[in-house]
Write a protein that binds this ligand. Structure first.
Ligand code: 7RM
Length: 650
């Protein structure tokens, strides 16, 4: 069942990496564990371009984090774009930095490092002209076009703080993020395109900004469709960027100055704006992108995520560019125009490293091996996955069918909060096991809690915490440091709590079992059940709602909503579609309930708390193991929920 898969010879052969052998990995683990501060300080000197190199690593810890956030390299000065762009001009000015593959197969653009440097400088000059300066927030609401990466880097060049909002989010969600971040400029495009369909972006921005002002909206023209225009506020990219000047001096930033805010869902309330800072984040993604994937100078690297999520920030933009790699930006979806799209992309561009999500692999595997075998995948060397646990079947399909057993599979566990990889195979080093994220990155100290204060030693299963700060760790929740401390550092004193469950086997390998809080992960999209519930109860027909995840063959988890209707309301046939319309409007197009179960009441304790454990068990199809029901106010509700669930079409 849990066989070990050795690293194939051609993955190991010729690795230029500093961590290319088991001995080198163990040596790094020993050093980074004994002296994390010193180890990462050396790595920071070696891997980043500094204006003023730092003289020390970590200051602070998890105990004092409420009073004083911990810092890394806090007397160092740099500008992130000098590591990602300027320093490559001497050595690889003509190398492709961004390889863009449009929605239609074969439609592509290449930007060399010289091109990208020039475009970033122009965009930075244009943004400065719109009043953007150091510390200002800029929201980016775009699709997968090179200009999205250019916009991020232009902000970084100015020391401004970007907050990218995924292009599937609704006007309501976008408005909340603009308001919370206090953005003064918003960058968007007329439309995006995905799978042959237009994605309205400017129209959603107009809607979001009806009662939330920003100074300027910079609009990149992509599809050329007509858009509404607000004179005085809206500015065309092509009117201000191309003529804005080809160079721009990089703003000198402190290592701990903010680089970006990225909103992510938690178990309660509104999404949190995780704040990442310049040097620690950049080091973490630079280091892990090179070491995990064994990134080499002649690689053609493709992370087919979206820049709206942390994976896009860390492993499409900052990590690959800091390493001088060729990074792909993929505008389309895995099944457009047919389920051979990824493999067509691999064949045409001779991709060597592919990084995708388990949900995409499961969806593609359902079409059989035919669409894969039609294309030449001999260029591939490393196959990555991220976003959710990968089931062994999908893992083996990736390894055997896609990679023909010539590639290694790196199942990378990490989070928006961690900045980059935390538990992952190192491509040329780590023997893998299908379904396991394997071993920690050097210096990462996973701790498994069984209960509140009992730490497991050796094999066992429990809650995953991390024992020591690492440079890539988010420093705070924007505008709410107390919430940051409450969410991550309160349940287990002195440890960072990840929200994930984990099993550690006899070889010390980690198997992530999924979230243990009220976060659900649908097709690699992280969403809070509380967000669904608040959207559903905003509908006139709904009195109460409780939402849980349930196992779904393709999406990993599906969304199951238990809904109590207002007295006198009957669940008409179109009610589910209408309620999903509300979720789409309040959250976004990716927020869809799979199963609605209309119930007479929710199982509650006598103090009125919904017993979600019961609802989860029912949705998982395990009504026989509901556990102790004696604290319920009305045990009768449970049997009607169990009976109703038996009628539901999964
Ligand atoms: C990178 C990203 C984070 C949550 C995390 C996990 C789950 C991510 C894996 C995984 C099992 C993996 N950031 N997760 N990677 N679970 N194996 N390799 O996804 O902030 O959006 O989500 O995703 O539950 O806590 S995220």
């Amino acid at each position: 069942m849990s066989e070990t898969v050795p690293v194939p010879d051609r993955v190991r052969a010729g690795s230029p990496s500093k961590i290319a052998s088991r001995a080198a990995y163990l040596d790094a683990v020993a050093h980074a564990t004994a002296d994390p501060s010193g180890y990462w300080l050396h790595q920071a000197w070696e891997r980043l371009q500094w204006r003023t190199p730092p003289t020390h690593g970590l200051k602070g810890d998890y105990h004092s984090v409420l009073e004083r956030p911990f810092t890394w390299f806090d007397d160092g000065e740099l500008n992130v774009t000098e590591t990602c762009l300027d320093r490559h001009l001497a050595t690889r000015a003509d190398k492709t930095a961004i390889l863009w593959e449009g929605d239609e197969p074969g439609q592509s653009r290449r930007l060399s490092y010289a091109d990208l440097h020039r475009e970033v400088c122009r965009a930075a000059n244009a943004l400065a002209g719109l009043g953007v300066g150091k510390g200002d927030r800029v929201v980016i609401y775009m699709g997968m076009v090179p200009e999205a990466a250019i916009a991020m880097l232009a902000c970084a060049r100015l020391g401004a703080v970007h907050s990218v909002v995924f292009g599937g989010f609704s006007a309501d969600s976008l408005r909340d993020r603009v308001a919370d971040s206090g953005a003064k400029v918003l960058i968007t495009q007329d439309e995006g395109r995905r799978g042959g369909k237009p994605v309205p972006l400017k129209a959603v921005v107009d809607d979001a900004l009806r009662d939330q002002a920003v100074d300027k909206v910079l609009v990149y023209r992509h599809t050329g469709s007509a858009v509404n225009w607000t004179a005085g506020r809206d500015v065309w990219w092509h009117e201000v960027v191309p003529g804005a000047g080809d160079t721009r001096k990089a703003e000198v930033c402190n290592a701990e100055d903010p680089l970006f805010i990225l909103y992510t869902s938690g178990s309660t309330g509104k999404p949190k704006g995780l704040l990442h800072t310049c040097a620690g984040y950049l080091l973490w993604v630079t280091w892990t992108c090179q070491v995990t994937f064994d990134l080499r100078d002649d690689d053609v690297y493709a992370c087919v995520a979206d820049v709206g999520w942390i994976t896009g920030h860390s492993y499409i933009v900052y990590g690959p560019l800091a390493n001088g790699a060729t990074t792909t930006m993929f505008e389309s979806i895995p099944t457009y125009p047919d389920p051979g799209r990824y493999w067509d992309l691999v064949q045409r561009h001779r991709i060597t490293i592919l990084y995708t999500a388990p949900t995409a692999l499961r969806a593609l595997a359902a079409y059989g091996d035919g669409p894969v075998k039609k294309y030449d995948r001999s260029s591939l060397r490393v196959l990555g996955t991220v976003g959710e646990p990968i089931n062994p079947d999908a893992w083996r399909w990736y390894h055997e069918v896609v990679g023909e057993e010539r590639c290694t599979v790196v199942d990378t566990w990490w989070q928006t909060e961690t900045g980059g990889h935390m538990i992952t195979p190192i491509a040329p080093v780590t023997a893998t096991k299908p379904g396991s994220a394997t071993l920690p990155v050097p210096g990462v100290l996973p701790v498994v809690f069984d209960g509140r204060d009992h730490i497991l030693v050796g094999p066992g299963e429990g809650k995953l915490c991390i024992a020591h700060p690492w440079p890539g760790q988010a420093r705070t929740v924007w505008g709410d440091h107390e919430r940051y401390v409450q969410t991550y550092f309160t349940a287990y004193k002195g440890y960072y709590f990840t929200g994930d469950g984990v099993r550690r086997d006899k070889d010390g390998y980690y198997w992530i079992t999924g979230r243990v809080d009220d976060v659900i992960n649908v097709s690699g999209h992280r969403m809070g059940t509380a967000e669904f519930e608040s959207a559903l109860v905003s509908a006139d027909e709904v009195a109460e709602a409780a939402v849980v995840g349930y196992p779904h063959d393709v999406k990993g988890q599906g969304v199951w909503a238990y809904v109590v209707l207002q007295p006198g309301t009957v669940p008409s046939h179109d009610l589910p579609a209408r309620l999903n319309g509300v979720c789409r409007k309040v959250i976004g197009a990716h927020a869809r309930v799979d199963i609605f179960q209309f119930v007479p009441g929710l199982p509650k304790t006598r103090s009125g708390k919904v017993m979600r454990r019961i609802l989860r068990k029912v949705a998982e199809g395990m009504p026989e193991s509901l556990g102790d029901l004696s604290t319920l106010a009305d045990p009768g509700v449970v049997s009607s929920i169990v009976d109703g669930a038996a009628q539901v079409q999964r």
